[in-house]
Structures are given as structure tokens and as C-alpha cells.
Design a protein around this ligand. Sequence first.
Ligand code: FHN
Length: 590
Amino acid sequence: MVSPFVILWVSYPMNKTRGSILMVLISLLAFGRVAAALDAGPAPGRDARLKWWREARFGMFIHWGIYSQLGRGEWVQFNEKIPGREYEKLAATFNPAKFDADQWVKLARDAGMKYIVITAKHHDGFSMFRTKLSPFNIVDATPFKRDPMAELAVACQKYGLKLCFYYSHVREWHNPLAQSFEGTANYGNFWDYPDESRKDLGRFVDEFAKPQLKELLTQYGPIGLIWFDTPGFLKDEKAGECVDWVHSIQPDCLVNSRVGGLQTGWDYASVGDSEMPRESPGGDWESPITDNDSWGYNSDPNNRYKPPGVLIRMLAKCAGMGGNMLLNVGPTGEGIIPPPAAQQIEAVGAWMRTNGESIYGTQASPFKRLGFGTCTQKTAKLYFHVFDWPQKELSIPGLKNKIEGACLLSDPERKALAVTQTGDDATVSLPSQAPDKFDSVVVLSITGPAEVAGYTPRQKFDGSVSLPAVDAKINGRTARYESDKDSIGYWTQARDWVSWNFRLKRAANFEVQVTYACDEAYAGSEYVVEVAGKSLTGRVKTTGGWSTFLTDTPGSIRLDAAGDQSLAVRATVMPKGAVMNLKTVVLKPL
Ligand code: FHN
């Protein structure tokens, strides 16, 4: 079953908090039904349709439209409430003479991307393709007059990528019929079309969206997928019609989950915008990730492009959780992919040329967590993506299979690395230098399908033991793990406590380091750290807020016995209604 959070899909550029809260509520309403839908089993032909997509793991997203000329993102019309008549004038100046479909697709191909999803029509309602449904389109309304989708189709054919279309089927600011209200929030065009009673989403879908989809699915050859967005309150029935419509015209064309909140029949789930789930959502999923702070081109010099290392690790993490990464670029109004974006993509491409084997066609990691990075797998092969290169050896916890061999994926000779295996603990000897700054891949050949024991933190090579909140057992009523702060919060009952099991290889004296946050108004609790029959006491000080963490050292402790141990943190005194937000406990050898 796919975890419910795969459908927490949207955070809005114009009012993130309001938009996110609303979408969380909508998503919560949808949980049961999506889960039920997925439990009902795959739609006929779905596995066959998804074959190329599961193999691909990496695609390019392109947000490009007449808004790109302004350099203020794709939401500029809504954010600035630009009247339709004014906004339409942008078509008259749109002449992206530097657009070169071949160059764009080649850039994607060289980066190892296998599909391109481009905005055929975004919320502004401007069609970036030849259409009979509206004169507000790139061929009829601009001096450019060309159909970029036709040119991209040729280039995709040439370089062997799948061409796919983003299509905004509910939210539109140009067509007066399109939806405005989504619950209490209004993301429609209420400044040009204030009379809500004249809006009719059903008619908009039937009379405009579906015929346009038909054009997209009949004018450009085989289309890999239709990427629907912002379903809002589209009725299940209508969303279902959209899915069937796509499949009836091109049975092999995939449809993502944003077609509707509660749909059965879509092919894969889109998680939230630029969301990196903490654990695998399960099933087939994809994360759309912007390369900077915007989707459409943003000329603000403060716009932060993600460094290549971040993107490479995101790609590995997605694959490690069994998902795809759809990396977005926002070309300019002239039709070029901004140089910082192109450079980023080239750097990811360089990594993919060496390490692509560890991404394409892989499945999710069999390990719940790996301290050093992540893992992907294929039959009889495990690919360990090592982000934090350990000195000398890589410790692999809980692998039950026999290891037949190990090597570095970047080593052209694939020289064998020494491996020792004791029970379900394995160590692989490594060179001292990481072969890659961001993600070095260590390949293990194993017998049979990977079998992994439950995760227990292990003592590291430097002798330290790190016990993060995410691995803690939380005993109690209110305390819970908060992923945004990566800590245990809501610890508002003194009797709640947390504990970890861990495995010690070598006895030592350890300094105990407790990292926590505490708001000034709640400081003053007392806690104890208990391990191996010994205990240390600490007092919780203010750290300046619930998200500001500091490290406290309540003392040191000797652990004599190697083997399985457990450590607990309890509150002994809680004068002000909360204990702390606990992030980690680290045992540092003295
Ligand atoms: O509102 C859009 C946004 O502009 C962008 O297209 C993203 C991409 O996933 N989707 C919507 C918000 O979720």
C-alpha cells in the first residue's frame, strides 16, 4: 500500500502556510480512499505502461511560458493580480529566438535523464502548443509562431527520450469557467472574473481541457505521460474521466496522481513539490524538484540554485526509496536554460556517467536506514551510496546474505575490496579517499534477494555511537517524532521516555552528548540518561527556541561489555509543561 503522505502534494508559492494547511486537510480527507484505491490493485496494463518509467528513475521538468519573460516565476499573474487583458500582451512580445529543442533534449540526455515533462499549459492558460481551442497560444498569438512541442518531439525521438506534457486541467486564470475556490482558498482568477456563480469546472474540463489533451495526444506521436497538477476539488468522476480519456487515446501514456484527490486508476503518485520523503512512500512515486527556489524562470539574483552535490544525493535518495526524481529547470523568455541550471545538470550528468548503473532500473533499499547514505538494489546486487565517506571501512548493519564480492563502481577495473562478515555485521575495506565528493558507490554482489535484519545503530569506526531521534523508540502518550525538526517533540508528559538499542563493538569510556532544543518559557526540566545500569543527570536550559538546538554533556560513562546495549532518556522533573525537543544522544569515546 502506498503511504498516505504521497498525496501531500502541494505547497504554494504565493502563500505557503495557508496553501499547505489547506492541502494537508484535503489530503487527510483523501487518505482512506486513496489507500483503498491502491489496495484494490493496479489498473489493467499499468505494469506494462510503467516499465520504462521504473527503469528511468530520472527526468527533466520544464516550466516555460510567456511568464518567463518577466523573470518572476510562473505564478506572476496571480501574485500581482495582473488583469487578463494586460497579461495577454505578453504573448505579443514572446519571441524565444534562442530556443533550440535539440540543445535542451541533448542536455537532458547527457545528464542521464530519460524523459522530459514540459508545461504545455500552466495555470495562466497560455497554450505552448498548436491548438484550435484558444487563440491564446504560441503559434497564433506570438511573433515566434513556431510550435516548440513539435520541435521537442523530433529531438526526443532523435535522442531516445520520452516526451511528456504537464497540463493544468483545473486551475486556470484565463478561461472564465475554470475553478476559483478550493475550500476557503481562492487560487483562481477572481480579479477578472469575480462572479463565482458563472464558473463551471465540469464544463471547463469537458469543453476545454479534454479537447486540448486530445490535441496533445494526437499531434506529437507517442507521449510518455500527462502530468496533471493541482486537482483542487475536481470531482472523482471528472478526474476518472480525464484518466480514461488519456488512456483511451494513448493506452501506454502514464497519468500521475495529481489528476484528482481521490482517484483510482492513475499510474503513479506525485509527492509534494520538492519533497524528499523521509522514508519510502511505497509503490510507484516521483518527486518533482526545482533546481532553485522557483519553477518558472526567476531572474532574482538571490534565487538559490541547488549545488550539484545536493541534487546528486537527492537523486540517489529518491532511487533509494524506490522513486523517480523529476528535476525542474525554468528557461528564460529568450528560450535558453539559464547557465547555472545547465551547469548543475551537466555536473549531475558527469556523476551519472560513472554511477548510472546504481540508479537505472533499481529498487528501494532493503535497509530501513543507513547512517552514511542510502542503498539501491538490483537482482543479487546492492549499491551503497556513501555520502559520508568513513575512514578505512564501511560498516553494513544487518545484512544476512552471503557477500560474494565488493568493489567501487567508479573503479574501471572493479578491483575487489576486502570484506569481513560476522553474523549479520559486514565491513568493507575502503581506500582512504572518497572516489566522489558527493556520492561514492560501493557495489556488493550477494547471493539471493537481499535479506536485512531490523536496524540497530552500530558503533562507528571512530568508536562513537550516534542515536538519532528517528531511530528512537518513543514510550509514552504525547512525545512523538517530528520530521521537520528531526527531533522528538510534544514531550509534554513527564512519564514519557525514549530509548534506543545499539550495538557496541569495543568497550570504552564515553562522554555523553545530548542535543536538544527548548523554548525559554519551558526550560528547567531535569532528565536522566540511563545505560548499562548507570545514569547521568542533566538540566534542560533554554536554547532560544524549539528549533534552536544545542549540545549538553551531562557527564561521562564507562561501557565495559561489547554487544547489544540499550540507552534510555527519561524526565525526572518537569516544572513547566514540556521537557525538550530531543535530537540525538551521542556517546563519544574519550
Ligand atoms: O502551482 C504549481 C506550481 O506552479 C508548479 O507547477 C508545481 C510543480 O509541481 N505544481 C503546482 C503546485 O503544486
